[in-house]
Design a protein around this ligand. Structure first.
Ligand SMILES: [Zn+2]
Length: 94
């Protein structure tokens, strides 16, 4: 992604050009994404998708332009890494 260019959200409301409550959030997400490297973009998208919940990956895909499959894979990756951390933590305690 080129510096100074940010992805334009493709969610239905942003595409219509209407002012909606999440418009600036979507712009901020894409602004932040433009500063992240590829791996960080995937994880941030996954985090956002987790926050949204049901159909989160599809929606974040519309916002960011990242592939829905990539976001789902990153969600799985975050989940697994967190589980591994918890295992390490409990081993540390015992
Ligand atoms: Zn949008």
């Amino acid at each position: 992604m080129e510096v100074g260019l940010i992805h334009v959200c493709q969610c239905q409301l942003c595409k219509l050009g209407v002012n909606h409550s999440n418009k600036s959030l979507h712009q901020q997400i894409n602004l932040l994404m433009s500063y992240l490297d590829e791996q960080q973009q995937h994880w941030f998208a996954a985090l956002e998708a987790n926050r949204i919940g049901h159909s989160g990956a599809r929606f974040v895909s519309q916002i960011t332009g990242l592939d829905e499959f990539i976001i789902k894979r990153a969600q799985q990756e975050l989940h697994e890494r967190l589980n591994n951390l918890q295992i390490e933590h409990s081993e540390f305690l015992s």
